[in-house]
Design a protein around this ligand. Structure first.
Ligand code: DGJ
Length: 698
């Protein structure tokens, strides 16, 4: 066996539903490396990421497809882990010690140790049964006598063969313009996305897809980070055609300290693979997120949210007026947004004081909720429990509870500060506030908002390094877990000034995400198109509102807005008090149609057809038994052209249908092969700019 040769006893295969992930410890034992990642059988042939031959001016490690690289392994081309001793020395060099593989459970743990520093790393892998996702995380233990400084703590590298250049897909954004899908042709060098905000952030989604430049519709590898704090993903393509994707935590506050005897578990990163391009990759992520949802994967209720109708002017009268109309339309859950608690007349005061405002609810909050419930609606409430306005009782009593650097001014954002969840008493406060609200009031839905990133890297009176990001995220997850356990019937929506808190860890904890504050139709179409590449429809909260476009002002019909909001979980956020009887009747019709299709939207296989910038733009949902196909389609061009002269329909090529089967839409019957090759016709006119089509197998 050569130095880089493999030893069958040190080679392990993790099998997913359609994929396998094969790793080995080479004879030298210094690292674990990838043999192959792709469809079943990919590990049988020659490795697509093998690196035979000399590596002039580099070390072998710089070229190797290493799974978890220290700066001793890859000194020149980027390591996942960089550690310093107290004397400032770097270079942790591992040696393999043991492995535990359970093929039936789909798990693998490979342990390495560094005799000089005493650092031990357990590289853990799990492929959930039925998924094509590899979950990875690392446990670092300092078995030495001195503390260690962790300057970089990535969770791992995913190695992808890109001999013809790397085609990267990612999602950038900003407030009101999240999830913008973009493609980057990376010939050489590195591409980095991330967040230093202590929250996944608006700027980038912790999600990346990589394809080989010559094969854009074939194999695609995806990486996502399950961490609700600061994170980073770097894809670096070397001259040898290997793209290595490093993923994990970013440390904007500086190195972490790992004390002697201490253990640090690095957050999970996940890799996904599909042979069917980006659209296929989306389905792999959807399937996995549906598994994360477990028995909570049921159609979400149609909701009404009062934010855009009343903003901070919340009182029982206005809310009940809205609730009565909402109930008539067929809405199932009524959510009162920001503005219901004492002192909250605008965004300058009140956060932290979670008591209903007696001026707004003179008969009491219980009585108000009872009236909402009396309309046949469930009740939901907005909260932002991690934040505090300086103008609040909470801040007056506990100014030391917010992140701060002693002697430095605080940085307000949206007139608020951030509570330091790493302090046990603060985490207790947040948990008991929410738990108390859920116990006291008849609440079925919680919209948990978060409207500012963390700026201050410190804690009042603290000396020495602190892992603020780690402590905040850990406490946040713990509180979510406790609330889910103790209030299993309450749905929790994760919102952060729009879509700044959507990562895989939250996908396993929240029931639904609010992707953006931008509800304008054409803008929303682009946002949802990106969102559905990384997230399953049950996570997509979407409201029909009156909002005009911010970025794309082309007007669209009420039908367009409804069909768009049906792509995930339908909600209404418009001021329905001003809707005409005709609009209300139309809305009631759409809501009732949504209730007929939402099972398929929640569980169906998704195919994204075209996109917001393309002549055709639709989403196809095929029920798990293949018997029902729901197609939502939108006209993305100018609305003043089609239909004025006799014109040909747009054709939507449907995917994944049985070729000989027949599918009926009203009086029309199509074969599966016709729908695939010729496509489903949709005729746009200036007044018909969206369609909901249901095809049933005959
Ligand atoms: C930001 C959210 O994204 C909005 O939907 C709304 O809840 C406001 N916060 C309330 O302050």
């Amino acid at each position: 066996m050569s130095e880089h040769g493999t030893d069958a006893a040190r080679r392990w295969t993790l099998r997913g539903a359609h994929t396998e992930y094969v790793v080995t410890v080479p004879a030298h034992g210094r690292w674990l490396e990838l043999v192959a990642w792709g469809p079943h059988g990919v590990g049988d042939g020659p490795s697509p990421v093998a690196y035979d031959g000399p590596v002039p001016f580099l070390t072998a490690g710089d070229a190797a497809p290493i799974e978890y690289a220290t700066d001793a392994d890859r000194p020149f081309t980027g390591a996942d882990l960089v550690v310093e001793t107290m004397t400032g020395h770097r270079r942790v060099a591992f040696g393999f010690t043991e492995a535990a593989h359970d093929p039936a459970a789909g798990t693998l743990a490979v342990t390495f140790a560094d005799p000089v520093t005493g650092l031990r790393a357990v590289l853990r892998y799990a492929v959930p049964a039925g998924a094509d996702v590899v979950r990875r995380w690392v446990e670092l233990t300092n078995t030495g006598n001195e503390p260690l400084q962790l300057a970089r703590v990535g969770t791992g590298g995913f190695c992808v063969p890109t001999p013809h250049g790397a085609l990267l897909s990612h999602q950038w954004g900003q407030w009101a313009q999240e999830f913008q899908l973009e493609h980057v042709d990376l010939k050489h060098g590195a591409f980095t996305i991330g967040s230093s905000q202590g929250v996944p952030g608006h700027l980038h989604v912790p999600w990346l897809a990589v394809r080989d430049g010559a094969e854009p519709d074939g194999s695609v590898w995806g990486v996502a980070v399950a961490w609700t704090g600061s994170w980073e993903i770097t894809a670096e393509r070397d001259t040898g055609g290997l793209t290595r994707i490093r993923a994990g935590r970013r440390l904007p506050d500086g190195p972490l300290e790992l004390p002697a005897g201490g253990t640090l578990t690095l957050p999970e990163v996940a890799g996904a693979y599909s042979t069917d391009g980006l659209d296929g990759l989306a389905r792999v992520w959807h399937r996995y997120q549906r598994m994360l949802a477990g028995d909570r994967l049921v159609p979400r209720p149609v909701l009404y949210n009062s934010w855009e109708a009343t903003y901070f002017a919340v009182d029982a009268k206005s809310q009940l007026e809205l609730a009565r109309i909402a109930a008539d339309l067929g809405v199932e859950t009524f959510v009162v947004d920001d503005g219901w608690f004492v002192g909250r007349n605008d965004d300058t005061a009140g956060l932290g004081d979670w008591t209903p405002d007696p001026a707004g609810f003179p008969d009491g909050f219980e009585a108000f909720i009872a009236e909402v419930r009396g309309l046949g609606l469930r009740f939901g409430l907005w909260v932002e429990p991690e934040c505090v306005n300086p103008r609040s009782r909470l801040y007056a009593e506990h100014p030391d509870w917010v992140y701060q650097v002693d002697g430095r001014p605080l940085t307000p954002i949206r007139n608020q500060y951030l509570l330091d969840l790493g302090r046990p008493e603060v985490a207790d406060f947040v948990h008991s506030t929410l738990d108390g609200l859920l116990r006291r009031y008849d609440i079925a839905y919680l919209k948990w908002d978060f409207n500012r990133p963390r700026t201050e890297p410190g804690r009042a009176g603290a000396d020495g390094p602190l892992d603020l990001d780690g402590a905040h995220v850990t406490a946040l997850h713990r509180i979510y877990d406790q609330l889910r356990r103790d209030h299993p019937d309450v749905l929790i929506e994760s919102c952060a000034g729009g879509g700044a808190r959507t990562d895989l860890a939250m996908a396993g904890r929240a029931d639904i995400f609010w992707p953006s504050d931008n509800t304008a139709p054409m803008d929303r179409l682009a946002i949802q198109h990106g969102f559905l590449h990384a997230n399953a429809p049950h996570l997509l909260s979407s409201w029909v509102t009156d909002a005009p476009g911010i970025f794309d002002p082309r007007p669209r019909s009420l039908a367009f807005r409804f069909v768009l909001a049906m792509a995930g979980v339908l909600g209404i956020g418009a001021d329905i008090r001003h809707w005409t009887p005709q609009q209300r009747a139309e809305a009631a019709g759409w809501i009732s149609r949504y209730k007929e299709i939402r099972e398929v939207v929640t569980h169906g296989e998704v195919h994204l057809i075209g996109g917001p910038e393309q002549a055709r733009c639709a989403v196809q949902y095929t029920s798990p038994d293949g018997r029902r196909v729901v197609v939502l389609a939108w006209h993305t061009g100018r609305s003043d052209g089609p239909g004025l002269l006799p014109s040909r329909p747009v054709r939507l090529p449907l995917r994944g249908l049985a070729p000989e089967a027949r599918y009926r839409q009203g009086d029309q019957s199509y074969s599966g092969s016709h729908l695939g090759a010729v496509g489903l016709p949709v005729q746009w006119t200036p007044i018909h700019d969206a369609d909901l089509i249901v095809l049933d197998r005959e």
